[in-house]
Design a protein. Structure first.
Length: 111
């Protein structure tokens, strides 16, 4: 129970911090980019909750989203941390899809 309370307090603290952000500040946040550019995940749930909790920030959020989308289409190269994050997700996904006993080395097959 303490862990859940601590988690809720962290979210509330982040919400309060973000309640003072400008559109430019949001554009600097990698989790905000994740929310704008990806359709699911923890960042999506967090930012959806933030928008619901702070409807007065709707216009600022809209401006920041538009800027992220504009920057994303203008610049086709991703920042290094985003590339590393995406590769980590790809590797994790690939590792979870293949059971260890089905690997070619263990199955005695050559690919």
């Amino acid at each position: 129970m303490v862990s859940r309370t601590k988690e809720v307090n962290l979210v509330v603290d982040k919400f309060q911090e973000y309640s003072h952000y400008s559109a430019e500040d949001f554009v600097e946040e990698s989790s905000f980019w994740n929310w704008v550019l990806e359709e699911a995940g923890a960042d999506h749930d967090f930012w959806k909750g933030f928008v619901e909790a702070y409807p007065a920030k709707a216009e600022v959020i809209k401006q920041a989203r538009e800027k992220v989308l504009q920057l994303n289409t203008q610049e086709h190269r991703l920042p290094g941390d985003r590339v590393a994050n995406l590769w980590a997700k790809i590797n994790l996904s690939m590792a979870s899809e293949l059971p260890s006993e089905a690997s070619p080395a263990k199955a005695g097959t050559n690919l």
